[in-house]
Design a protein. Sequence first.
Length: 322
Amino acid sequence: MNSLYSFLKSIEIFSLLSENEIDEISPYLEDVRVASGSVLFRQGDEGNELFIVRLGAVATSIALPEGGSREIAVFRSGDFFGEMSIFENAPRSATCAAREDSELLVLHQRSIFRIIEDHPETAQKIMYRMLNITTQRLRNTGDFLFDMVQWGDKARKRAITDEMTGVYNRRFLDDSLPQYVDEARNSGAPLVLVMVDLDYFRQINELYGHETGDGVIKDVVKVFKSHLKDRNIIARYGGDEFTFLLPGTAPEDALDVCNSIRSDVEKLETLSRFDGAIKRVTTSQGLACYPESAGDVDTLKKKADSALYRAKEEGRNRVTCA
């Protein structure tokens, strides 16, 4: 009990409580152990429990409009989550799963109301701290969640996708890449980052006009989608620049995929009807892999960018590895 008291006293939501008050609420807390990967609750589930992380880590994620999900926060020792559903009597707004083997303290809704009835002064102190922390947490969630809450799915989709092609945009990629690197580090699985440029795209626009250039972009994206799996990420980084993110893919397999994309893009007939110097659409691609090429996000991006530069220097229409 002394170790539990020390832990409870150290976390923010109980920081205003005396030793006697902590003793009052301790019997209401259930100690639960969960294995890595276990789902505590899913988005849309009924919520009737508040969780406190004692040991380990729990990740929370939200469903994306195109399918899949995005991790938005990780709760570690001393953090609490799940309170919004209890007090608003609303479905869970996100999915929470153990990122590693974890020990949690669980406070059921009925226990919370019992504390309010039996120990109102203690409950008031807990609610005061919880309100402050939750308010600050909401302020720090950023524009992505603000769009989701304020304007709904359509604005959320606009915030993270490229309007013309429907693939993810630079904002989504920059926000998500650290998460994917963390997941690769924790799981031991490889992660491949590919940077892609369309060759001579500026000249294509000058020769045939921007409408044709947009058509080239759309046709190329169709090729990308035909070769990449659902778990892979395609992002338009800007103009004719694209990035692929291939989690759990070995470098040699990624190289085969990228060469297949390169080959099929070259077969596109988008420009064949024009009388101009450029008849083919081609790509230059630079490939880097975590952890073989780099051990962190910035180095991984630099290695992929350097490989792309080398592909251009060596004659374009090729895939070069870091």
